[in-house]
Design a protein around this ligand. Structure first.
Ligand code: AMP
Length: 358
């Protein structure tokens, strides 16, 4: 089986590694000089919307997928359709625009923070009046890792936030005083079979995911989140892995956003689950039965951002696994992660704190 993948970042690299384990090969399209996925498959160096490159994928792969959220939907829709393309571009279209995404959540009965689309200073004033302060102003498109957003805490912040983010179409969201953040990753295969992993509890700093740890697989919170992700998967006639990010506030869950792809908060599934998110994505899109998603011991993950410390390279502990994406160091850039698989929740907590301080 040959998998065509649009995007060749670290998610592509880890897909490629899972593909090798499953006896599949990957062919990536990525414009960068030395994309991480080059270590795990062949790369066509071209823009994500380069029609010729996409047509090469179509003619030489058995199925096409993507690992990058900002793939131009138009380019995918221009393909002839002779090779299956999963997840469906309609899912990508919704995930690329926070307004469409929120409307979909609402349509499916998935609770979201109160919000207003904002296209002018007057509309922003109206949103402030309606939602109260603080609120979060976000660009509708192309935001990631906390970029393209501003928190408005007091009336004096309104003008600066508008100046920073306009003229892009914006959305204002009520501030959610959440207890913590979680994500749930689900997979659906071509036959409609669905699995979910346990919730991941996620801690962010400066808008970037730092630490993630698997929660228990049972309990009302997991049941509710599974129900929500199941609604999305069914409604979109989705094939592949989908990640739903949620705020936990008391007993309730509010959807923040979804990603139509494998996700950073699921990297602990590589060593910490019976089947990783990458393996199940490949199984899903190639029509295979999905693998079991039970956790192995107590898994968690710490992102390595900006640099990979020498101490991370020198780790000699069979509970810890370093993943180096082979990227050039740059401030704020995700360069790798360390997965830990501990014997107890307490041991995991200790290890995650240690790894986060390396
Ligand atoms: P996002 O790009 O939407 O995932 O936002 C990045 C991070 O900002 C989230 O993981 C939250 O920590 C925080 N955040 C986003 N939206 C809200 C909100 N409406 N209320 C409180 N915090 C938020």
């Amino acid at each position: 089986m040959r998998i065509g993948v649009v995007g060749g970042g670290q998610l592509g690299q880890m897909l490629g590694e899972a593909a090798e384990d499953l006896g599949m090969t990957c062919l990536f399209v990525d414009p960068s000089e030395s994309p991480p996925a080059a270590s795990a498959g062949e790369v066509i160096r071209a823009a994500y919307d380069d029609l010729q490159a996409l047509e090469t994928l179509e003619s030489s792969a058995d199925v096409i997928t993507y690992e990058f959220e900002n793939v131009p939907v138009d380019a995918l829709n221009r393909l002839a359709g002779s090779t299956p393309l999963y997840p469906p571009p309609a899912a990508l279209e919704k995930a690329q625009d926070r307004k469409l995404e929120k409307a979909l959540f609402v349509e499916l009965g998935i609770p979201v923070p109160d919000h207003r689309a904002v296209g002018s200073p007057e509309a922003l004033d109206a949103a402030v009046a309606a939602l109260g302060l603080p609120l979060v102003l976000k660009t509708r498109r192309f935001g990631y890792d906390g970029k393209g957003q501003a928190v408005i805490r007091e009336p004096a912040d309104v003008e600066a936030a508008w100046r920073t983010l306009s003229p892009a179409p914006l959305i204002a969201e009520a501030w959610v005083p959440f207890d913590y953040e979680v994500s749930i990753i689900g997979a659906r295969n071509t036959k409609g079979e669905i699995v979910t992993w346990p919730l991941s509890r996620n801690a962010h700093r400066e808008g970037i995911l730092r630490v993630a740890a698997a929660d228990a697989a049972d309990g009302p919170m997991h049941e509710l989140a599974s129900d929500y992700v199941g609604r999305l998967l069914e409604h979109l006639d989705y094939v592949g892995v989908l990640t739903l990010e949620l705020f936990v506030a008391g007993e309730s869950l509010l959807a923040n956003e979804f990603a139509p792809r494998v996700h950073n908060s699921g990297h602990w599934t590589i060593e910490g689950s019976e089947t990783s998110q990458f393996a199940n994505h490949l199984r899903a899109i190639t029509g295979q039965p999905l693998g079991p998603t039970a956790t192995i011991a107590w898994p968690g993950m710490v992102n390595l951002i900006g640099s990979i410390p020498d101490a991370a390279r020198e780790l000699d502990d069979d509970r810890l696994y370093l993943h180096d994406y082979g990227k050039t160091p740059r401030e704020g850039r995700k360069l790798g992660h360390i997965t830990c698989v501990a014997e107890s929740a307490e041991e995991r907590q200790r290890l995650l704190v240690q790894m986060d301080r390396l």
